[in-house]
Write a protein that binds this ligand. Structure first.
Ligand code: FAD
Length: 486
């Protein structure tokens, strides 16, 4: 067994710690913050509680798997319910669509409210399933650095269907030709934002994402998303993992091409192997400044970031659910602003997540906890103060137009998270939510591997390396790292 140091306690750092402890290694986690979870943390403002970052849980079985691996019953530590309404969509023309998880109900809702034909929606859902069946093993759960991946059963299954898997079209191109009604195209285009990309650039292969939510399901964990962090953190501790909080790692120590240990608080500590859960760009830049970095991989364009207003709202709105989207009138212009201009469109798509609808203790009796978010460019040193002031006004106007009520006077508490603070709180390069963007066909192959080619005994996990951002992919990265320890 090895003495393993893990740098960072994001969801992938926690999952790596759990897997390696189960495998019998001595594991110590070093975390810069005073708390575990990284982006998957929470904030409390008076009587209101908010999940700080992720709000949508898909593939919860990947979390259960960690408890099962440890010989525990997951339901004893981590419970969740499947949503019946995946999202409430509000279009600028006043149309509201409740996205039922039940597909027949969803189709009924769509044809009642729009000009869409039911067979087109069925076709899109079937296509998404086809993509998932042919590509998920390959791109989500396998190592692309292992040549065996490309001669596997999964790979050959994909090669046979290559022409149908959407590599040669954009997501919007595919959706606009599938649907008659532009509102349904917009609904399906939104899935590009699940990995911080633009539907006008990302390949149609990304139409794999709706299957995750619309067929496999969206879930709400009891206690909110932060309960994932709490559950994994306590599991890791039961397995003997040692945590050091407020302990930023300053250097990865390397001797003759081999990991020797790490430096924290000016002290050198010996480790046989290290797993960095720190963003890959900063892992090289800050922890290994003397090592030749794979510049081409690190310089790939980053995903979008977010501007979030955590608002305690002193009123209840029955037309809203857990996930709510208030769509922009011009989606194309919105993404052009984010990815081409590094700016924020004046009519942004507003996402409101209200966990108190499922977890009443998250807000006082008379109110609701609104996590109000828009997609914004990653941090390129824009004038954020100005952008935030302007965006706050545009967001409030949009909400007023949609709900028919000015909510500004109802805001009882407020905190703001922007690309700069996402960067400073989690070390995410440019405050990107999902590492590299998937705005080109080759993005999947241009993420850094989970194992270092240059340094023996050094591994990488988390949303900025293979297979990519988001909780399921981050958990998958931890599994791929653990495989190397066999
Ligand atoms: P991170 O969460 O990035 O954490 C890294 C940790 O490492 C941090 O705790 C940091 O302090 C620590 N660290 C860094 N450097 C050092 C160092 N040198 N020494 C010690 N510690 C260090 N995903 C979804 O699946 N669904 C969603 O709905 C969703 N929405 C999102 C919304 C927002 C606003 C954000 C920010 C993200 C969202 N994501 C979502 C993405 C998801 O949060 C991330 O992909 C995932 O949490 C990344 O986990 P990670 O393991 O890479 O680590």
């Amino acid at each position: 067994s090895y003495k393993v140091g893990i740098i960072g306690s994001g969801v992938a750092g926690l999952a790596s710690a759990i897997r390696l402890a189960i495998a019998g290694h001595h594991v110590e986690v070093f975390e810069a913050n005073a708390y575990p979870g990284g982006k998957l943390s929470e904030i409390k403002l008076g009587a209101y509680r908010f999940d700080a970052g992720p709000s949508l849980l898909t593939l919860p079985s990947l979390i259960d798997e960690l408890f099962e691996l440890a010989g525990e019953n997951p339901a004893q530590y981590f419970t969740y319910q499947k949503l019946e309404i995946n999202c409430e969509y509000f279009f600028p023309d006043g149309v509201n669509i409740s996205a039922h998880a039940d597909q027949e109900k969803l189709i009924e809702e769509i044809i009642q409210n729009t000009a869409e034909r039911p067979e087109n929606v069925r076709k899109a859902l079937t296509k998404s399933q086809l993509l998932y069946e042919h590509l998920s093993e390959l791109f989500m759960f396998s190592s692309l650095q292992d040549p065996k991946t490309f001669v596997s059963r999964h790979a050959f299954k994909a090669y046979r269907k290559l022409h149908r898997l959407g590599f040669f079209q954009t997501m919007n191109g595919a959706n606009a030709s599938t649907f008659d009604d532009p509102r349904i195209t917009q609904m399906f285009n939104r899935y590009a934002t699940y990995n911080g990309s633009s539907p006008y650039k990302t390949p149609a292969t990304m139409n794999i994402i709706p299957h995750l939510e619309m067929s496999l399901g969206a879930y709400f964990p009891a206690g909110g998303m932060h309960s994932i962090t709490l559950a994994l953190y306590s599991l890791a501790k039961r397995l003997g993992v040692i945590f050091h909080f407020n302990q930023p790692v300053e250097r990865i120590l390397i001797e003759k091409g081999h990991v020797k240990g790490l430096m924290t608080g000016g002290l050198s500590l010996d480790f046989d192997r290290l797993v960095s859960n720190m963003d890959i760009v900063n892992s090289y830049r800050k922890l290994m400044p003397d090592l030749k970095a794979p510049k081409f991989l690190l310089n790939q364009p980053k995903s979008s970031s977010a501007l979030i207003f955590y608002w305690g709202i002193g009123k209840k709105f029955s037309q809203l659910d857990l996930h709510n989207i208030l769509f922009s009138r011009d989606y194309k212009a919105e993404f052009e602003h984010i990815f081409q201009r590094g700016a924020i469109f004046n009519d942004p798509t507003v996402y409101i997540n209200i966990t108190s609808r499922y977890q009443p203790s998250d807000a006082p009796e008379h109110g609701e906890n609104w996590f109000t978010m828009i997609n914004v460019p990653n941090n390129q040193s824009q004038n954020w103060e100005e952008l935030i002031t302007e965006a706050r006004k545009n967001i409030l106007d949009k909400i007023t137009a949609t709900l028919g009520e000015d909510i500004a006077p109802l805001i009882e508490v407020e905190e703001i998270l922007d690309p700069r603070t996402i960067e400073s709180k989690t070390s995410s390069a440019q405050g990107a939510l999902y590492g590299n963007s998937s705005n080109n066909l080759f993005a999947a192959f241009l993420r850094h591997a989970n194992k270092s080619r240059r340094v023996k005994g050094l591994y990488f996990c988390g949303g900025s390396v293979h297979p990519g951002g988001g909780i399921p992919m981050s958990l998958s990265s931890a599994k791929l790292v653990a495989k190397y320890f066999r």
